[in-house]
Design a protein around this ligand. Sequence first.
Ligand SMILES: *Cc1c(COP(=O)(O)O)cnc(C)c1O
Length: 232
Amino acid sequence: MDTEHLITNWNTVSQQVAQACTQAGHADAEKVTLLAVSKTKPAAMVAALAKQGQRDFGENYLQEAIEKIALLKDDEDCAEIVWHYIGSIQRNKTRDIAEYFDWVQTVERDIIAKRLNEQRPLVMAPLNVLIQVNIDAEDSKSGCQPDELSALIGTIKNYERLQLRGLMIIPAKENTDAFMRTQQLFASIKEQHPELSAWDTLSMGMSDDMTDAIAHGSTMVRVGTAIFGARD
Ligand SMILES: *Cc1c(COP(=O)(O)O)cnc(C)c1O
């Protein structure tokens, strides 16, 4: 895909997000963050969008992500990039996540959170964390079970090098009310835990369902294909 096409796609998606915000009654489109999911795509595409003002980028594969982050580190257009790790987390990979990323959206158990907390460098701001919830309670899927969420929040909120920001889901394709149930869960946690001062992020919605997700209170949509084209 050439750069012109990429920027056209990005403009279209940005407009769709803004439109969905208006429809959902948000006062301004700023309330929903567009996360550009750049996995498998070259650093040059990331740089081209950063130059247009795209700030948040999501990556799934650690080695690939670290290479891109290193490559773009000294690029002036990329100075404002906020990197989100959205892939599954192996226990022996937590140090790299803690050292390279600004956000991690896929925390699902305490051992991972504990290691991230210990390994987050002191010179960096606390690592922003979303708990991934298995909202459909599928055996095969990753994410914390909804009934284990309360205990996990109780632990993570005390980790000083982590900043707990909210929830992330990847719903099953056939599940039609996952967005609604997650919206309720997100709100009820906010009510039950007034001490969570930064509980402000609900990450749900991808290329195919971002409008529906925003209608159900999503504050961050993760969009890959609609911006970068199909992946190999
Ligand atoms: C790949 C990926 C996306 C983007 O999916 P698209 O359908 O390409 O928009 C979003 N979230 C996660 C966790 C992903 O792995």
